[in-house]
Design a protein around this ligand. Structure first.
Ligand code: NAP
Length: 331
């Protein structure tokens, strides 16, 4: 038998456990070209919150009663495709469930010898690629530039900050606890880190970036970003990667009021989605794997056991409880 988490109700504000429902169903039969995956790790990511709303976005909403969207890594236990043998490891978007069938073309084969398979959902997966392309392509960094990254201890932010250091930039992180800020400073080698819950962001940014911020990699939006954007240098670039501080608002806020700063500094602000770099994923994964093997970048995983804990763990992420790439261990 299979088990899955489905959408019971569309959340209003922060999701509640009652917005999710645990169901049981028989294992699916395979059609030609499909594979059946036994999920070993499920990735929990902020974008899932948007899919629970019934509003226009870059991807369709989850239907009521539908399995919650998500990517897993696991073992192929049945194959009706020449692309996969039973026993191969793969990542696939089967959602929050123990087993799922999928067209083999849309699964990615994983080399389980290269690194622990869990990394294919983090540093060597979507978050790593987001950091790689979002920072290098969207921000075009130059050595000596000052970079600010928000949610800087998280799956994407921690990699952005480390790539920025590899590119010879000065890095200022922003995170929500002293344990997270210490980690960015001591383990990841950032130059400065601001605790946005206890520090005055505006004065810390002007202290740490006296000539202004050349690059802002924005993972959070809202007030944190307003404060960073009012300290830009001339020709600054802003990559809008995520806006997690806004995902659980019950009503949209006005603002932010950043137009003047963009104008005065002739700065550019670019929203991006990792999928737009799909044709270059191989390049990104090759480079990230190389840096990982050479010990030039580190990763941190926050692994919670048991798929039954997926809703509470996901809700925790929306309140900053995760510390590193958040994964559910299923097998
Ligand atoms: N554009 C793309 O293609 C793309 C791809 C992947 C991810 N993203 C976006 O990138 C961002 C980071 O994703 P991730 O996977 O790396 O997640 P993550 O940083 O590992 O986890 C989310 C973190 O966001 C912070 N946070 C939560 N609520 C917040 C709030 N109200 N204000 C400020 N910070 C808050 C928390 O850290 P603190 O304790 O430090 O607050 C939390 O740990 C998200 O916005 C996500 O949507 C975009």
């Amino acid at each position: 038998m299979n088990n899955a988490w489905v959408l019971n109700r569309r959340p209003i504000g922060y999701p509640k456990e009652s917005d999710f429902k645990w169901i049981e169903s028989p294992l699916p039969e395979l059609d030609e070209g499909e594979i059946l995956i036994e999920a070993h790790y499920l990735s929990l990511d902020p974008y899932m919150r948007g899919r629970m709303n019934d509003s226009k976005s870059y991807a369709p909403s989850i239907k009521l009663g539908g399995v919650i969207t998500g990517e897993v890594v696991g073992k192929v236990i049945k194959s009706k495709s020449k692309l996969f043998n039973e026993g191969d490891y793969a990542t696939a978007h089967i959602g929050w469930q123990k087993y799922g069938k999928i067209d083999a073309i849309s699964a990615r084969k994983i080399d389980s010898e290269l690194a622990p398979i869990s990394t294919s959902l983090g540093i060597l997966g979507m978050p790593g690629l987001t950091a790689y392309f979002g920072f290098l392509d969207v921000c075009s960094p130059k050595p000596g530039e000052t970079v600010v990254v928000s949610a800087s201890s998280g799956a994407v932010g921690a990699i952005v900050g480390q790539i920025a250091k590899l590119m010879g930039c000065k890095v200022i992180g922003i995170a929500g606890s002293d344990i997270k800020t210490d980690y960015c400073l001591d383990e990841l080698g950032f130059d400065f880190v601001i605790n946005y819950k206890s520090d005055n962001i505006l004065s810390k940014i002007s202290e740490y970036a006296p000539y202004g911020v050349d690059i802002y990699f924005d993972n959070v939006g809202g007030e944190i970003s307003d404060n960073v954007i009012s300290n830009l240098s001339v020709g600054a670039r802003i990559a809008v990667c995520g806006q997690i501080s806004l995902y659980n608002l019950e009503e949209n806020e006005n603002g932010p009021r950043i137009g003047s700063s963009l104008l005065i500094n002739q700065a550019s602000m670019t929203g991006f989605l990792v999928f737009q770099f799909k044709s270059r994923y191989h390049e990104g994964l090759t480079k990230l794997s190389q840096w990982l093997i050479e010990g030039k970048i580190k990763y941190k995983e926050d692994i919670v056991s048991g798929i039954e804990n997926a809703p509470s763990t996901f809700i925790g992420m929306m309140k900053g409880k995760n510390f590193g790439k958040l994964l559910i261990k299923i097998v």
